[in-house]
Write a protein that binds this ligand. Structure first.
Ligand code: NAP
Length: 322
């Protein structure tokens, strides 16, 4: 019997084989919550666990940490975002928090690009016209959208994913504006990106794509006031976190024509989506599929497992959240 065979690890919901097999090969006892897990069930499974493998749908706060008890060493989040984890509560208990940066950068930037094109070119309306039998033939004035070649792109949060999105749209972009907490001289030099204040970015951009982290500091970064500053033809894309955008204000802005279109992979309060947003015109909605490629999810699963294993062994984690 392996030395680690009696070390329990809590997999809150589901971990793909790329990660699960790594943990199993260490001989850990895997306790799995499953897709429909509740916090109550997690608290029942947690006692004695050395690691909690969580994901963005699982709040990890004092109750769950305390249920795990003194054995707990690490919360390995299966995501780059960590707004579901109470970092202060982890720090207070000496619990390391890790995430999975990098391996989902391409997939998420690609979905942002797809949403940009789909929203700018009214893909949802166009497909509905065809599928509902309302297409009576090619019409030179029908379903006209926004041409992206030469457009001004505004990237909010020029980190890993924002930077990759900027690289993907660079061949299309006339101007490339960005907002970040710190200047990005590399992107300025290599991509010609120009750092501006959020208000200026909103006023000048034809496309605004959000890539800043979730959590309280960015809650409703885009609200009614910000939407009012955007151009009436502008496209808003959100593949970051739903909390960045005030959904009700966005639905109103789409209804009254104060912005052109929206493409959203994430919505505040998901999986519930406000009726206002479902009914809003020129709004494309995806069910949080930004990182949903085989490559990305396998990479995330393996990285989450490697981080958990490293901390349990007493080694430095690969991706500590500071
Ligand atoms: P990252 O490398 O940490 O980049 C985040 C960027 O946001 C940084 O450039 C940061 O600026 C900037 N930022 C932080 N606070 C800001 C604020 N208040 N206003 C404007 N910019 C701000 O993270 P990443 O790997 O690119 O991931 C970004 C986010 O995407 C994650 O946090 C996650 O929530 C989301 N995500 C979603 C999906 C999906 O499935 N839809 C998949 C992956 C990730 P500094 O560099 O100056 O600090």
């Amino acid at each position: 019997m392996s030395e680690s065979s009696n070390i329990p690890v809590l997999i809150c919901r589901v971990l793909l084989p790329a990660g699960r097999d790594l943990l199993a090969s260490e001989g850990y006892e895997l306790r799995e919550g499953g897709l429909d897990v509740t916090q109550e069930r997690l608290r029942q499974l947690a006692p004695g666990c050395a690691a909690i493998v969580a994901d963005p749908t699982v709040p990890v706060g004092p109750d769950l940490l305390d249920a795990a008890g003194d054995a707990l060493r690490v919360v390995a989040n299966f995501a780059v975002g960590h707004d579901n984890v109470d970092l202060d509560a982890c720090r207070d208990r000496g619990v390391t928090v890790t995430n999975t940066p990098g391996v989902l950068t391409n997939a998420t930037a690609e979905i942002a690009l797809g949403l940009t094109v789909a929203a700018a070119r009214r893909a949802r309306e166009a497909e509905a016209v065809l599928r509902e039998g309302r297409w009576s033939g090619w019409d030179p004035g029908a379903l006209l959208g926004l041409e992206l070649s030469g457009a001004t792109f505004g990237v909010v949060g020029l980190g890993r994913i924002g930077r990759r999105y900027a690289e993907l749209v660079r061949p299309l972009a006339g101007e490339l504006l960005y907002v970040a907490r710190s200047a990005k001289p590399d992107a300025e030099g290599e991509l010609g990106a120009v750092r501006v204040e959020l208000g200026e970015l909103l006023e000048r951009s034809d496309v605004v794509s959000l890539h800043a982290p979730g959590g309280e500091p960015t809650r409703h970064l885009i609200g009614a006031g910000e939407l009012a500053r955007m151009r009436t033809h502008a496209v808003l894309v959100n593949t970051a976190r739903g909390t960045l955008v005030d959904s009700i204000a966005l639905a109103e802005a789409l209804r009254d024509g104060s912005i052109g279109a929206a493409g959203l992979d994430v919505v505040e309060g998901e999986p519930a989506v406000p009726r206002d947003l479902l009914d809003a015109p020129r709004c494309i909605l995806y069910p949080h599929i930004g990182s949903a490629t085989h490559t990305s999810r396998d990479g995330m699963a393996a990285l989450a497992a490697r981080n958990a294993i490293a901390v349990i062994r007493g080694d430095e984690p690969l991706n500590p959240v500071t």
